[in-house]
Write a protein that binds this ligand. Structure first.
Ligand code: AMP
Length: 422
């Protein structure tokens, strides 16, 4: 299968070639022809499968097949994403793939000034990529007009529901035309997703590439058993011994992310943290520095890391296991993407054995265990309950998988129940 055979026109084929893609990924091969037939789709695809190009390419193709562009820009496509980082990344993909086409796009998310976004919208755009919260702000200020939207794409819809965006999504839907084409992407098929797709999609074509909740084959996984108090030392050892130049490390809490970053710096390993208490600018800069290779370690909480796309990220470390097992699959999905090999290492102390069992049950396999010489756990240390709270996730909503954190206090939520600080 080649991109030419999928029915994409020259300006897109040129952009694809410039990206160095030689053939479509499975999700692209399946989704692109169906989307070009103007059908709704429900696609089960995780990040790392090439799903962004899977919807962006046919979207741009369909837009360019419509009436010739007469210099007037009207919002024809809306892409909704759960997080700011994902919105920025999808925005970047739209810009890259559409660089030889005349369409304008803009990214709309909170945490940054609204006025530059209003200016962009006034100038006229064809495609917007938005998080639901800020989009609603624009709707209430009447600075965005969604009455001509032909294409709606919900990216990582399961996360949007998890994060309590369902009412926001409904408000956005209410102002759009009924006869648009809708594409729904979700990593999991929960009952909530089924309900949403029933109300949203018209006879959708189902597309699924990787089985739900299976970890990618290209990621080698290992569990290192270690005492809690020695995790930092072990991490430093692994980074130094392996001469790792780029590693994404997950902690459960924002506080834990900050603390680890400081400790790694003291060990002479450059590190930066990314989490919901950081300003959007700080998060963008942290990610850029990490991508450039200026810092070796990016320490992240789950929400902040969601959707982060770093080409050929070789190492992911779970400094602490997530209490929501599905997050393990999402976390290790940051590596081994688009055919590259990756390594995911989890540092597990005695308190986390139950989390580990839940994860292995979910992925239906045993993760190889390592007891590294010099770091073997002290058998006299007994398990203690893991303290929750601290706002590592701070997302509201339903219960998909037990046990999970309680939403952390109310400091990061506004009166509409929407999370402000991810
Ligand atoms: P996504 O699942 O959309 O987050 O994409 C994951 C990664 O795959 C991104 O870094 C893309 O640039 C890359 N990618 C997307 N399509 C292809 C392709 N056909 N060939 C090689 N890499 C691709």
């Amino acid at each position: 299968m080649s991109f030419e055979k999928l029915g994409l026109s020259k300006p897109l084929l040129k952009a694809i070639q410039e990206q160095g893609y030689t053939k479509p990924t499975p999700i692209q091969a399946q989704a692109i022809p169906v989307i070009l037939e103007r059908k709704d789709i429900l696609a089960g695809a995780q990040t790392g499968t090439g799903k962004t190009a899977g919807f962006t390419l046919p979207l741009l193709e369909l837009l360019s097949r419509k009436q010739p562009h007469k210099g007037k820009h009207q919002i024809k496509a809306l892409i909704l994403t759960p997080t700011r980082e994902l919105a920025a990344q999808v925005g970047e993909s739209v810009r890259l793939y559409g660089k030889h086409l005349p369409f304008k796009s803009t990214v709309i998310f909170g945490g940054v000034k609204i006025n530059p976004q209003i200016t962009q919208l006034r100038k006229g755009v064809d495609i917007i990529i938005a998080t639901p919260g800020r989009l609603l702000d624009h709707m209430s200020q009447k600075t965005v007009d969604l009455r001509h939207v032909d294409f709606l794409i919900l990216d990582e819809a399961d996360r949007m529901l998890d994060m309590g965006f369902i009412n926001d999504i409904k408000k956005v839907l209410a102002v759009m035309p009924k006869d648009k084409q809708t594409l729904l992407f979700s990593a999991t098929y929960s009952n909530e997703i089924k309900k949403l797709s029933n109300t949203l999609l018209k006879s959708p074509t189902l597309i699924e590439v990787a089985r739900q909740n299976t970890a990618s084959e290209s990621v080698s996984q290992a569990v290192y058993h270690v005492d809690k108090t020695r995790k930092r030392e072990l991490l430093t050892h692994l980074i130094n011994e392996g001469k790792w130049s780029q590693v994404l490390v997950f902690t459960r809490t924002k506080h834990g992310a900050n603390r680890l970053t400081t400790q790694l710096d003291k060990d002479g390993i450059t590190a930066v943290a990314i989490h919901g208490n950081k300003s959007q600018n700080a998060r963008t800069k942290a990610l850029a520095d990490f991508k450039k290779g200026d810092v070796r370690v990016l320490v992240a909480t789950d929400i902040a890391a969601r959707g982060i796309d770093i080409d050929q990220l070789p190492h992911v470390v779970n400094y602490e296991l997530p209490n929501v097992s599905e997050d393990y699959v999402h976390r290790i999905g940051r590596t081994g993407r688009a055919g590259n090999k990756g390594e995911a290492i989890s540092l597990v102390c005695v308190d986390e054995h139950e989390y580990l069992q839940n994860i292995e049950k979910l992925i239906k396999k045993d993760i190889p265990k390592v007891w590294l010489k010099g770091f073997k756990p002290d058998p006299s240390i007994k398990a203690e309950p893991i303290k929750q709270g601290g706002g590592g996730r701070g997302r509201g909503g339903n219960s998909r998988n037990k046990p999970r954190n309680k939403p952390s206090g109310n400091s990061s939520r506004n009166s509409s129940g929407r999370n402000k600080n991810r």
